[in-house]
Design a protein around this ligand. Structure first.
Ligand SMILES: [Zn+2]
Length: 208
């Protein structure tokens, strides 16, 4: 994909995540593979729903280059290592999206791991949603565990992982597909949370 199209896709995905309340402040990051050697990625420390074309950073796929800068002078996402590892492990995917999905953080904080096969839409589009234990985002250890989960056979591989207290990472043929998966994970987790709360409320009413 050329840089202009990748930039448009990243800006649109950031606005979409923001409009749906799936990212806050500087949270989240998005990347699109340009070719076999380069990646376009969001900058660190900026709102992803208010980015301009000059804020997108182009980095090499071959190694973590934290000195890369956007045309506006911004450095790449602090989660660059995760994006590079996922693109290397899943060359079939053209895009990677990460967001701190609020309901997913609530349910995993409470020790719940929602089953994607419980709802028809997630059963279809995210039939496997591996759970990855908490790790420092951007660390090599967490990047490795995310890639291991996303390349766990048999094929088809999982296209998203649920991170403990840290949202989710999804891949897609393009960013629209990856962000669709993030939205569906949030719906699954919010539904899971609501069902647990309703079940608890009913139990308490039954006791009265
Ligand atoms: Zn994060």
């Amino acid at each position: 994909m050329d840089l202009a199209d990748a930039t448009d896709a990243i800006l649109a995905a950031g606005r979409r995540l923001g409009a749906r309340g799936l990212i806050s402040a500087g949270e989240g990051n998005l990347s699109v593979r340009l070719d076999d050697e380069r990646l376009a990625i969001t900058p660190r420390g900026r709102r992803k729903d208010e980015l301009g074309a000059h804020d997108i950073v182009v980095v090499p796929l071959g190694g973590v280059d934290l000195n890369a800068r956007s045309a506006s002078g911004l450095g790449p996402s602090s989660d660059l290592a995760v994006h590079l590892a996922v693109h290397a492990g899943r060359p079939d995917a053209g895009a990677v999206a990460h967001a701190h999905l609020p309901a997913s953080m609530a349910v995993t904080l409470a020790g719940e791991i929602p089953d994607p096969t419980a709802l028809p839409e997630t059963a279809l589009f995210i039939p496997r949603l591996p759970f990855v234990r908490f790790g420092e985002m951007g660390s090599a250890d967490l990047a490795e565990r995310i890639v291991t989960a996303l390349t766990d056979g048999p094929e088809p591989f999982p296209d998203a992982v649920l991170l403990e207290r840290h949202g989710a990472v999804a891949v897609g043929q393009d960013l629209v597909a990856a962000v669709d998966r993030l939205e569906l994970i949030e719906v699954l987790c919010r539904t899971w949370q609501d069902a647990l709360l309703l079940g608890a409320a009913r139990n308490s009413l039954d006791r009265d």
